[in-house]
Design a binder for this molecule. Structure first.
Ligand code: IVH
Length: 674
């Protein structure tokens, strides 16, 4: 009996590993997400029956264990060196001549180079013993780094067990692979959006977000960040031989680790220059940040011959791209108050063109940042798109000051309610602690009514402002006590829009529990966590009585989130609001799940969405597709059946065209799903 379960478990693990590789590494899934989940559930079930058979390399064991209190330090077997930088074609050609001179090669002879994208993330070393992933560490000071194994295990692209491809390569007893951990731009944006919703400070760029996520002490939170990796070198290895770097990369790829597909073998330095220039234009179309190219001599015997300086190997160089910058003036600094009370200083700028868009605002992150950079109102500043996504102030042109610039003082009171503000636990952010602060209430109500929450059509930010200012709303539960007679007399509100709004409010009373949980605006709880909670508790009442322990027992809910939930429901103010929601007729229970209706045009088909749709939020469109039996993928591949294109589509559209994927505009999409 035991042996058959054991065999089944082993077979399932192999199957799940195979599909992990297809999905996460090769971008070429063979089964639906549903089928994959079923396999994993089956494996979890069998392991539950025979817990003694659980091994650390099982795909069920990616996220586990308790949060750490600190990261142990690990010494690197070989130092993790840096790379020297170049910024021009001339410097690249000098590098080529230097290599030839040092290795005794004739200046007219060609040298082969491997040219790779320089991923702007966090360097990492992965240590495998007998094919098992045993340890992963950050670069640290190059000699010693932090042991972040538990967090790295949550990255599905990193095999917990190495498996060779059909060629049956030999797996060395000890092997160290090096690579870069990064956060895709789309994930970075989602993360910042949910942090904004949860009232938490945003990350400045994808690199900071990746570094921050890797340094979280609770791997359950890291797992939700969806970090990714590209591997680009072998650090330490034994028992095997390689002649070229490209051979090393092929070997790493054959073991199931992701190697970037844009890596190119160039026959000489002219080819290298061309390829570097080509990518300066192409890189903006990728879903990850590339800050340059890395040029490596292909021949490993030349590597050995040249060796390294104390800082960097001599056989490699990077060609760095210039980040786009612009100079503009700070007109004003305003303080925004988030829905949990965080005060964020924002600069209003004289509008300026930067990397293709007009920028008129930049976040200044926090008040220490203003002091550190000595940013004053009226200053001329250098602006840069941090990770080319969010504009940030790089530096102040102090020599341009004329003496009229004004130092911005950190507010002692909340600028909206004049309530007390104080630093949060990490001492970085200022927070207003007044539960009745109207600025916070506005943000909370706006969020409650938004598309991804209770979706109350017509109740946009401007109307919420007005309703709060006029005293109609103090909290979001008041929405359900609004009367037609009160609304119809408001500015910019006619009879038709007032009755439409009343109708939309009525409709929102029947939203499912997960939307309501999300709409409550609990610190650290965004739409995904709300879905997870609604799967475990079928009413708001049950959730509000859940203990910290019980919540932490849920896969995907860590202690920080659990604490936020408990604190939220214990708050007297919350209790009053929930009573009001109940009495106002808002559904607080889980609705019976709709049976998915198969639609032959959608069922079994794979969809990717790009750009902004007018009638649906991303979540709505995805739910529609899934309910009709379709799949939603994040990137376009040969297997994509449809690309749904909204306004301002991204590079996915180019890729879909290149792969001849069927493209649907919003109208065509509606026809298909109707
Ligand atoms: S090779 C000694 N290849 O860039 C050479 N590094 O600025 C080892 N990086 O610390 C690194 N993409 O974190 C290499 N394709 C790539 C890379 C890459 C990004 C990072 C890496 C390194 C840093 C140096």
């Amino acid at each position: 009996m035991t042996s058959t379960i054991k065999e089944k478990i082993e077979h399932l693990r192999k199957t799940v590993r195979y599909h992990d590789r297809k999905y996460y590494v090769e971008n070429n899934p063979e089964i639906t997400d549903y089928e994959y989940d079923q396999l994993l559930k089956k494996l979890q079930h069998l392991e539950k029956l025979q817990p003694e058979l659980i091994t650390p390399d099982s795909p069920t064991q990616r996220v586990g264990g308790e949060p750490l209190t600190q990261f142990p330090t690990v010494e690197h077997k070989l130092p993790m060196l840096s790379i020297d930088n170049t910024y021009s074609e001339e410097e690249l050609k000098e590098f080529d001549l230097r290599i030839k001179r040092m290795s005794g090669i004739n200046a007219h002879q060609d040298i082969e180079y491997v040219v790779e994208l320089k991923i702007d993330g966090v360097a990492i070393a992965l240590w495998y013993e007998n094919g098992l992933f045993v340890r992963g560490a950050t670069r640290g000071d190059g000699f010693k780094g932090d042991d972040v194994t538990a967090n790295l295990r949550t990255i599905h692209q990193i095999p917990l067990k190495l498996e060779t491809s059909a060629k049956k390569e030999y797996i060395p007893t000890r092997l160290e692979i090096r690579g870069e951990i990064y956060l895709p731009n789309t994930e970075f944006q989602k993360l910042n959006e949910s942090r904004e919703e949860a009232g938490e400070p945003q990350f400045a760029n994808p690199r900071n977000a990746a570094a921050g996520s890797l340094k979280l002490l609770d791997p359950r939170i890291t797992a939700k960040r969806h970090l990714r990796i590209f591997t680009y070198a072998i650090g330490y290895y034994e028992e095997i031989e390689f002649k070229t770097h490209i051979h090393c990369l092929e070997f790493i790829r054959s073991l199931g680790l992701p190697v970037n597909h844009h890596t190119r073998l160039c026959k000489n330095i002219e080819d290298v220059v061309c390829y570097c220039k080509e990518w300066d234009k192409r890189r903006s179309g990728l879903d990850y940040m590339v800050d340059g190219m890395v040029i490596k001599v292909n021949s490993l015997s030349i590597h050995n011959q040249l060796g390294a300086t104390s800082k960097a190997p001599r056989w490699v160089i990077s060609y760095k791209y210039q980040p786009e910058q612009a100079i503009t003036k700070i007109e004003d600094v305003v303080v925004q108050i988030g829905k949990t009370g965080t005060l964020t200083p924002v600069a209003n700028l004289t509008p300026v063109l930067l990397a293709g868009t007009t920028v008129s605002r930049a976040t200044l992150h926090n008040f220490d940042e203003i002091a550190r950079k000595d940013i004053r109102v009226g200053d001329r500043v250098v602006l840069q798109k941090a990770g080319e996504i969010i504009p940030q102030v790089v530096s102040v042109l102090k020599e341009k000051r004329i003496g009229t610039e004004i130092i911005f003082k950190e507010p002692a009171l909340c600028p909206a309610c004049k309530g007390i503000v104080s630093r949060d636990a990490e001492e970085v952010y200022l927070r207003c602690h007044n539960p009745f602060c109207l600025a916070q209430a506005k943000r909370r109500i706006q969020y409650f009514a938004s598309r991804d929450a209770m979706d109350i059509e017509g109740m946009g930010p401007a109307l919420v402002e007005q309703l709060v200012d006029k005293g109609f709303l103090k909290d979001y539960a008041d929405i359900y006590y609004l009367k037609y007679d009160g609304l119809v007399n408001l500015e910019r509100m006619g009879e038709k829009s007032a009755s439409n709004l009343i109708h939309a409010i009525e409709k929102s009373k029947d939203r499912d529990l997960d939307r309501l949980i999300c709409a409550l605006g609990i610190h650290n709880v965004g739409s995904h966590t709300a879905e997870v909670l609604a799967e475990h508790y079928d009413s708001l009442d049950k959730l509000s009585n859940a203990t910290q322990d019980k919540l932490e027992g849920i896969y995907e809910i860590g202690p920080v989130v659990a604490k936020s939930i408990v604190e939220f429901f214990q708050n007297e103010h919350t209790q009053v609001i929930i009573k009001k929601l109940n009495a106002g007729g808002v559904n607080t229970r889980k609705l019976a799940t709709q049976k998915s209706v198969k639609n032959p045009k959608v069922s079994g088909k794979s969809f990717v969405i790009t750009g902004t749709l007018q009638k649906y939020s991303r979540m709505e469109a995805e739910t529609l597709i899934k309910n009709l039996g379709g799949r939603v993928m994040s990137s376009v591949s040969k297997k994509t059946d449809y690309l749904v294109v909204g306004e301002e589509p991204g590079s996915k559209l180019d890729k879909a065209r290149a792969l001849n994927v069927h493209i649907l505009d919003e109208e065509a999409f509606e026809k298909i799903i109707s």
